[in-house]
Design a protein around this ligand. Structure first.
Ligand SMILES: [Zn+2]
Length: 206
């Protein structure tokens, strides 16, 4: 399945059945705007608490989940696969929930993958202007804004990829940032980001 092997999320962890069950459960909890503790993940997946703990540990190490750091079965997963209940500066309104995302790419990529309506808000790293984004039934509304696809450098996804997966007012603002930072990566249109999103979150389609 070439579409899923290119997903940076899928590439970060093993593809075993219990890993996938935990990822799906946590992702859908995030979509509903709710953090979820390990006891509840165990209940919903039917996996024993030890397996859930080990899996959450691996997701955190890979940078595709975050927790509140509590110990034991009450540890709350509060972010996963690009969605977070922590205020991040990137906001998305989708399926009746106000959610936050790890990066600007998620705002476009997640509703594109799920075929949902969404509106989002992020800020141009160059001029700090707010950028509004709109997705209709998974199709992005194209504009002159320019996305940045960071070159993959390894390391946990939330730390290595997300901080610079930004969206800029236009290509000029992207190029100004690129020459100031020396960042390595590729400019992408919103349509290209949406396509990348369909690959990245293919696992989470209903
Ligand atoms: Zn700008």
């Amino acid at each position: 399945m070439p579409a899923t092997t290119e997903s940076i999320l899928d590439a970060a962890v093993d593809g075993g059945a219990s890993t996938l069950a935990v990822r799906r459960t946590v992702f859908h909890s995030m979509l509903a705007g709710t953090a979820i503790n390990e006891a509840r993940i165990s209940e919903l997946t039917g996996l024993d608490p030890g397996t859930v703990k080990g899996t959450v540990d691996r997701l955190v190490a890979a940078g595709i989940a975050t927790t509140d750091g509590a110990k034991g079965a009450q540890r709350l997963v509060d972010g996963a696969e690009g969605l977070t209940i922590r205020n991040s500066g990137h906001t998305i309104w989708m399926s009746g929930s106000e959610l936050h995302t790890w990066c600007a790419f998620d705002i476009v990529g997640i509703p594109a993958a799920l075929g949902l309506d969404a509106t989002g808000s992020t800020h141009c790293p160059t001029c700090l202007t707010e950028i509004k984004l709109e997705v209709l039934k998974g199709e992005v509304v194209e504009s002159e804004v320019a996305g940045w696809w960071p070159a993959l450098s390894g390391g946990p996804v939330v730390e290595a990829f997300c901080p610079s997966a930004s969206i800029f007012c236009n290509l000029n603002h992207l190029e100004a940032w690129r020459s100031a930072t020396g960042a390595r990566g590729t400019p992408r249109t919103l349509t290209e980001l949406a396509q990348a999103g369909r690959t990245t979150w293919a696992r989470f389609r209903a």
